[in-house]
Design a protein around this ligand. Structure first.
Ligand code: SDX
Length: 428
C-alpha cells in the first residue's frame, strides 16, 4: 500500500502521493499540487527538492555512502579502472572481458580530433583558462558531427556520439594545455591506454618522450573513478536541464563543464591549492584562515570543506587522502602544502564551528595535491574533474532522454512591482 502525505491549506486538505526509492528514500510527489491547490513549492538551491528518479548513483550523505549502479565506490576505486566504470555508468552493467576490450578499442579509434579543429586552440589567448577552452571545443564537436544534433537517432548513432565524446575529451584537455604553453600537440596513440594516452599528450613532445609511470597512471585512474558521477549535483543537473530541451549531447555537456567551473563546485580543487599556497606563503599561520572562514562578514570559505549532501566524511575524500599519501611517498615528493592541508583538517575537525555545521573535507580537498604531484598545472585541475565526471554526465543525459523526461521549467514567486502604466520620457 503506497503512502501519501496530507497538506492542509486554506481550510482544505490535499492528499499527495509519496514515492519510495530502492534504498527506502521517500519523496512527496507534487506533480499535481498546483492543479489541486494553486500552490507551488519554493526551495532556493533545491536543497530539499528531488528533480528526477535515477538508477545510476546512490549516495547517503549522513552515512557517507556512494555507489555507482549499486557497486560501492571503495570497491570500484580499489579493483576497477576508469573505462570499466565509464561502461558501468553509461550502460548499467560491468562489461565482460570482450565487451571491455571492444569498448576500449572503440575509444582508442575515436580519440583523434578532426584536423580542422586544431586551429581553434591557437585562436585562444595564451592565458585562456582551459575550462573555457574545453567547454568551447566540446560544443564545437556538434558542428563537426551534425549526426549528433538529434538525441533521438538510432541507438548505435547515439552510442557513436557518446564514444566520440569520451574518446576525444582527453585530447581536447591535453591540447588546451599544450596550446596554453605554446608547445606542439602530441597525437593520441593506440599503443597507450586511456590515462597513459592523456598523460603522454600532456607531457611528451618532439624533443622528449614521456615515461609512463604506473604509480602515476594508477593514481590518476583512481581519481577519475572517484569523480565519475555524483547523482544530481550542480553540473549534472545543468546537463539534464539543458538536455531536457532536446539539445544535443555535446552542447549539454558543455553546459555542465561551465557549471562545474565555479569555485563552489568543481573549481574548488584549484581554489584549495590557491588557498593552501597562500597560507604557506604567509608563513603557514592556519588559525587566521580558520577564523576568517568562520567570520560571517568575511566572504572567505575554507575551500575543499563542506558539502551540500555529505554531513559526514565524503567517502571519496577518505580514499583520495590515502591515495595522496601513497602517491607522494612513491614519487618521493615532499609538498609542504600537504602538511598544511593535514593540519588544517585537524584544526577544523576539532573546531565547534565546523563540527556544528558538519563541515568535513570533500572530494576537492586533497585531489589538487595529487594532480600537482603528477605535474598537472593548477588551472587544469578542474578540467581533470570534468574528465572524470564525463561518463556520469553522459549516463545521466542518456537516462533523461530514455525516460522521455519533460523539458525542465521551474516556476517562481514574483516579488517585483505591481502593474503600472508606462511614463513618457519627458514626464519622468
Ligand atoms: C563539489 O553536490 C555535489 O555532489 C558536488 C560534488 C560533486 O561530486 O559533484 O561533490 C563536488 O562541488 C564539492 C564541493 C566543493 N566546494 C567547496 O569545497 C567550496 C567550499 N564549500 C562551500 O562553499 C559549501 O560547503 C558548499 C557550497 C559545498 C555547500 O554549501 P551549502 O550546502 O549551500 O551549505 P551552506 O552554504 O548553506 O553552509 C551551511 C553553513 C553556513 O553557515 P551558517 O549560515 O549556517 O552559519 O556552513 C557554512 C556556511 O557559511 N559553510 C562554511 C563552508 N561551507 C559551509 N563555512 C566555512 N567554510 C566552508 N567551506
Amino acid at each position: 500500500m503506497s503512502e501519501s502525505a496530507e497538506l492542509k491549506f486554506g481550510g482544505n486538505s490535499y492528499s499527495l502521493p509519496v514515492v519510495e526509492g530502492t534504498e527506502n528514500e521517500k519523496a512527496i510527489d507534487i506533480a499535481n499540487l498546483r492543479g489541486q491547490s494553486g500552490l507551488i513549492t519554493l526551495d532556493s538551491g533545491y536543497k530539499n527538492t528531488g528533480a528526477t528518479t535515477s538508477s545510476i548513483t546512490y549516495l547517503d550523505g549522513e552515512e557517507g555512502i556512494l555507489r555507482y549502479r549499486g557497486y560501492p565506490i571503495e570497491q570500484l576505486a580499489e579493483k576497477s579502472n576508469f573505462l570499466e566504470v565509464s561502461h558501468l555508468l553509461i550502460y548499467g552493467e560491468l562489461p565482460t572481458k570482450d565487451t571491455l576490450q571492444q569498448f576500449s578499442k572503440s575509444i582508442a579509434e575515436h580519440s583523434m580530433l578532426h584536423e580542422n579543429m586544431r586551429g581553434f586552440f591557437s585562436s585562444f589567448p595564451l592565458n585562456a583558462h582551459p575550462m573555457g577552452v574545453a567547454a568551447a571545443v566540446t560544443t564545437t564537436l556538434s558542428t563537426f558531427y551534425p549526426g549528433s544534433l538529434d538525441p533521438h537517432r538510432s541507438e548505435d548513432k547515439v552510442n557513436l556520439t557518446i564514444l566520440r565524446l569520451l574518446a576525444k575529451f582527453p585530447t581536447i584537455a591535453a591540447w588546451a594545455y599544450k596550446s596554453s604553453i605554446g608547445r606542439p600537440f602530441v597525437y593520441p596513440s593506440a599503443k597507450l591506454d586511456y590515462v597513459e594516452n592523456f598523460l603522454n599528450m600532456m607531457f611528451a613532445g618532439p624533443t622528449n618522450d614521456y615515461h609512463v609511470d604506473p604509480v602515476v597512471t594508477n593514481a590518476l585512474d583512481k581519481l577519475l573513478i572517484l569523480h565519475a558521477d555524483h547523482e544530481q549535483n550542480c553540473s549534472t543537473s545543468t546537463v539534464r536541464l539543458a538536455g531536457s530541451s532536446q539539445a544535443n549531447l555535446y552542447g549539454s555537456i558543455a553546459a555542465g563543464i561551465v557549471a562545474l567551473w565555479g569555485p563552489l563546485h568543481g573549481g574548488a580543487n584549484q581554489a584549495v591549492i590557491e588557498m593552501l599556497d597562500k597560507i604557506q606563503n604567509e608563513g603557514g599561520s592556519i588559525d587566521k584562515w580558520v577564523e576568517r572562514a568562520k567570520d560571517k562578514n568575511d566572504p572567505f570559505r575554507l575551500m575543499g570543506f563542506g558539502h551540500r549532501v555529505y554531513k559526514n566524511f565524503d567517502p571519496r575524500a577518505k580514499i583520495i587522502k590515502k591515495a595522496c599519501d601513497d602517491l607522494l611517498n612513491r614519487l618521493g615528493v615532499k609538498d609542504p602544502v600537504l602538511e598544511i592541508a593535514m593540519k588544517l583538517e585537524e584544526i577544523a575537525l576539532s573546531d565547534e564551528y565546523f563540527i556544528e555545521r558538519k563541515l568535513y573535507p570533500n572530494v576537492d580537498f586533497y585531489s589538487g595535491i595529487m594532480y600537482r604531484a603528477m605535474g598537472i598545472p593548477q588551472d587544469m585541475f578542474t578540467v581533470m574533474f570534468a574528465m572524470g565526471r564525463l561518463p556520469g554526465w553522459i549516463a545521466q543525459w542518456k537516462e533523461m532522454v530514455a525516460n522521455k523526461e519533460p523539458i525542465g521549467r521551474p516556476r517562481q514567486i514574483y516579488t517585483g512591482a505591481r502593474m503600472r502604466d508606462y511614463v513618457n520620457l519627458a514626464e519622468r
